[in-house]
Design a protein around this ligand. Sequence first.
Ligand code: TYM
Length: 331
Amino acid sequence: METVVSGIRPTGNLHLGNYFGAIKNFLRMQEENRCFFFIADYHSLTTHPTPEDLHGNVKQVLVEYLATGIDPEKSTLYIQSDLPETAELYLLLNMNAYMGELERVTTFKEKARKQPENINAGLLTYPTLMAADIIIHKASKVPVGKDQEQHLELTRTFARRFNRMYNTEFFPEPVAFNYGENLIKIPGLDGTGKMGKSEGEGNAIFLADDPKVIRKKVMRAVTDAGPTVPDSPKPEPIENLFSLMKVVSTADTIEYFDTQYKTCQIRYGDLKKQLAEDIIKFTEPVRERILELSANEAYLSKVARIGAEKAHESGAKTVNEVRDIIGFRKF
Ligand code: TYM
């Protein structure tokens, strides 16, 4: 039995990238491990410092976690700010996190470019907070998408450094994990890059989208004029549509359109129609559960309260031991 930790920021509804990059693995991991899944509300302040409805956003992610099948009896499902010991561990880790290594992080550089008016210290130390989230439960595995790989590398650096500096073997060095082995990146619908909540209108398909919206978004996905030479390689926007098919469609469907492409007979309209229906087949039951759960405030409060208790039991113990290792003593 291994300890597993992962989190999602409450900055928008969950999309197919979150599901296939992370949650799909959570569902399998919760069957056989000690799992902690949380909502990274502290982290969300690095990009959304004055959220209009922080509580509502957290609730939405809580509902969506549950709707996908995360079982609060098998896993510990909690809200990051309900475990304030995380912030203390973050502070302690920051004392041994160096400017140079934090400034080199790709996501920091990207965010700094995107929000030049708000390059805050939280953004720079985002990986230290993430390391605190993970090692506070002494996790060894972290199911995440490809975009989090570099953060995990830093988590290992911080864990190793702590052990070395305080001459202990307290923290394991956690690894980014995917049952499919390679970490994955689900592309968006705009032809380039990953699916993301802040990548622009229509780029992401959300688990809560209704079938009409899904059809519309998929039909508008970027394509090109189509291949004219048999067996030509697929340009990025087309490859992206095939990547989406790989997670929602059957092998037969993929093979059919692949052959159509290779023989220059492909009709993107047909491919998109099929892709939209396959996405809907996957999202519709989740969407129904989202609608049901949203109305059940009492259940959501109970889940959050029990999650906070279980997270505290694990996290407070670690932080007490860390204080002791560093040399803090009570008078
Ligand atoms: P976030 O909220 O951006 O995304 C949540 C999870 O979804 C994955 N993901 C994707 N995977 C594949 N393709 C995509 N297009 C795609 N978009 C998102 C992410 O890899 C992630 O696993 N820093 C984290 C939140 C976090 C965390 C942690 C994660 C805070 N502390 C501790 C693990 C452990 C983030 O911003 O994820």
